[in-house]
Design a protein. Structure first.
Length: 683
């Protein structure tokens, strides 16, 4: 690549001599109060979406205080019984590790495989145990606050979503199709389904077209690079510092490719800045903001070097994001009505420890109360690949930056890229029919990440990004990290953070039948659907997946596979149940219910056996909250776990004296509709 000097770079990027003060307008973003008229989502007049590239949540934020990261007290386990942190390379286990290099945010860290087949290989039917064979040991590399201080500071100032997933276990383009169209042509129409970056030209309807028809203004902000109007171009360039890296995936649809000037699809999706002619990347965006003509919905596509796609340095992207915020806050009146959503299209091949929600491939692998049509890929001669669910994919970072999301909150509702469309749906009333019923049940619409009733504007400390301006325009070789000889699970920053209220109210109760069959009833009395991931140390046919819509319930059962059973259930926001015991006869049992709107969990203890039993209740979050109950056959007792001191979090175990194999563990969060804090066990 041809090098350019720093002055020319600043001209291209719209920079000024005020580089050292770049953090000032970003702090202003948190200090500007919302233009509150109604106290609802209707107060948002502009939604701006910046989708960067190829980073997982744990890779960036596994060490961040108060999120479900490396301190997760209840991670899923693999079939070998080890927590998912312990990924084998065939000879030894590799755990998440920070590469031994100073300034990791500025290095050209190696990327990893991130296609459909290797993604499904790592996931391995939910067993989640083939990350290194599929992705190489670099999959386990992670960064810290010292490496990417801007990203951490942004999360501390606004709201981070720690249960936001990419939509598909695979590469960039189909994930962006989910974000721009609600699916990836799953029904086979318009050239779909698409599970690769083929970019052949597709024909189904996109969401911007629906906005256009409904009279909702929209626009793509991008640099045109070497052109947006030719096969093999569409924003791709040899120069990584111009163009849009092909990330405007609308240009892979024929209706955009054939559009002529004067057609809204051309004027709004195939125009942009011309950095080769000396224009700055942010000139049009900043001018639109200052002139109060920012569209109702906007998407931003960065040049390759600033997308954060490996091996490009993360902090190049931090600089770019700071410039976007600089432009959006140039007119305080506009910012007071604007929500900026910053996320990543896929996880590259970087590991994330949360097994994503996914639909069952067959009745033997689970059930769903909602239709899973369109969620399972079947290969054909035209579209080869491993059969399996489209998604959800792994967690990726999502930071909600707006006057209604200040305060350093975490939001733990399950989301994916279709949630962005649904947020726009909720605000502007334009429905996207391509989003499947299963996805609508499992993924929220992002509104829980906002508090429209009140805001707390403040000026956060955000580090300057002036030092992240690229020193040259060259491509650099990969930095390939070496895992440590003595692996250890990374430490997460100590403490909790404020948490947004969520729409979940979930239960999973077990019963052992006379013939040794274990039945688990999943109940959902909340306002959002949920996906439960079930593993077993005694029944090798798993894992299993169960989706339960709001207001519904379903029952799963497992026949005896020996004289003992051991099952674990994982659900959203740390919901966890463990069921262990012998299959010989019925005995003690535990049901759990949230009572009223209080931070209160009621356990009903029963003895369905023929002999008296002494049950011991222990509370990991409240050592004084334990108790013992002696129950005669047919006996019943009620134990109240009061959770006010833990903001609704609980981790309770029930064991039976004289029956060492019996265990019921119940953990999760009781929702009251009020803000709380993050899981105190996640330290």
């Amino acid at each position: 690549m041809n090098a350019i000097n720093r002055r020319r770079f600043l001209q291209l990027t719209g920079g000024t001599a005020a580089l050292s003060a770049l953090s000032a307008p970003i702090a202003r973003a948190a200090a500007i109060p919302a233009n509150r008229r109604t106290g609802t989502i209707q107060d948002i007049e502009h939604i701006v979406v910046l989708v960067q590239e190829n980073r997982s949540f744990d890779h960036y934020f596994g060490t961040l205080r108060g999120v479900r990261g490396f301190g997760d007290p209840r991670p899923a386990t693999q079939p070998n019984g080890k927590p998912v942190w312990y990924q084998s390379d065939g000879a030894k286990d590799v755990l998440p590790f920070r590469p031994d290099h100073n300034g990791l945010g500025d290095v050209f860290l190696q990327g990893t495989p991130h296609g459909w087949d290797d993604g499904h290989d790592a996931w391995n039917g939910g067993a989640y145990d083939r990350w290194i064979p599929a992705k190489t040991t670099t999959t386990m590399a992670h960064l810290t606050r010292d490496d990417i201080p801007f990203h951490f500071a942004l999360a501390d100032a606004f709201t981070i979503c720690d249960a936001y997933h990419c939509s598909l276990m695979g590469p960039t383009d189909p994930n962006r199709y989910y974000m721009w169209t609600g699916y990836t042509g799953n029904d086979g129409k318009g050239g779909g389904p698409v599970i690769s970056n083929a970019e052949l030209g597709y024909g189904w309807t996109t969401y911007p077209e629906r906005l256009e028809q409904a009279g909702v203004s929209w626009k793509i902000y991008q640099d045109i690079g070497d052109g947006l109007d030719g096969p093999g171009s569409w924003g791709w360039t040899n120069d990584a510092f111009i163009g849009n890296y092909g990330d405007n995936a609308l240009l892979y649809f024929n209706q955009y490719r054939t559009a002529a000037p004067g057609n809204p699809l051309y004027d709004k999706a195939r125009t942009g800045t011309n950095s080769k002619a000396g224009e700055g990347f942010f000139d049009i965006l900043r001018a639109d903001v200052k002139a109060n003509r920012l569209p109702q919905v906007s998407w931003i596509a960065a040049p390759e070097a600033f997308t954060e796609h490996p091996n490009w340095p993360v902090n190049f992207g931090a600089w770019y994001t700071s410039q976007v915020l600089d432009a959006l806050t140039a007119n305080p009146d506009v910012w007071s009505k604007t929500a900026l959503l910053i996320t990543y299209d896929e996880n590259d091949g970087f590991f994330d420890h949360v097994v994503p929600p996914y639909p069952p491939a067959s009745p033997a692998q689970g059930r769903s109360t909602v239709s899973t049509d369109g969620e399972l890929f079947t290969p054909t001669a035209a579209t080869p690949g491993r059969p399996g669910p489209y998604g959800l994919g792994q967690r990726v970072p999502m930071t909600v930056v707006s006057p209604w999301s200040t305060g350093g909150f975490v939001c733990s509702e399950t989301f994916d890229h279709t949630s962005i469309i649904r947020f726009i749906e909720t605000r502007f009333g334009v429905r996207e029919p391509n989003i499947s019923p299963w996805r609508r049940a499992v993924c929220g619409d992002l509104t829980s990440a906002f508090d429209f009733r009140r805001t707390e504007p403040h000026t956060p400390h955000l580090p300057s990004t002036s030092g992240y301006v690229p020193a040259d325009h060259g491509r650099h070789p990969d930095y390939v990290p070496t895992p440590p000889t003595n692996p250890a699970l990374p430490k997460q920053e100590h403490g909790v953070r404020p948490a947004r209220p969520l729409p979940y109210r979930l239960d999973a109760d077990a019963r052992l039948a006379a013939d040794g069959t274990l039945r688990v009833e999943f109940a959902n009395t909340g306002a959002a659907g949920a996906c439960f991931h079930v593993t077993s140390a005694t029944h090798p046919a798993g894992p299993w997946t169960y989706t339960v819509e709001a207001g519904k319930r379903l029952t799963a059962e497992w026949r005896p596979a020996g004289d003992a059973y051991a099952f674990t259930v994982h659900g959203p926001n740390g919901f966890h149940r463990e069921f262990k015991g012998g299959t010989a006869a019925a005995g003690p049992e535990v049901d759990a219910r949230q009572t009223g709107a209080a931070e209160h969990l009621q356990l009903t203890l029963t003895n369905e056996g023929r002999e008296p039993v002494e049950l011991v209740v222990a509370d990991a979050y409240n050592p004084r909250g334990g108790a013992q109950y002696r129950l005669r056959p047919g006996g019943r007792a009620v134990h109240n776990a009061r959770l006010g001191a833990t903001d609704g979090w609980y981790d309770v175990t029930v064991t039976a004296a004289g029956a060492p194999g019996f265990l019921r563990r119940l953990a999760g969060h009781v929702e009251t509709g009020r803000a709380s804090t993050s899981d105190p066990g996640n330290l």
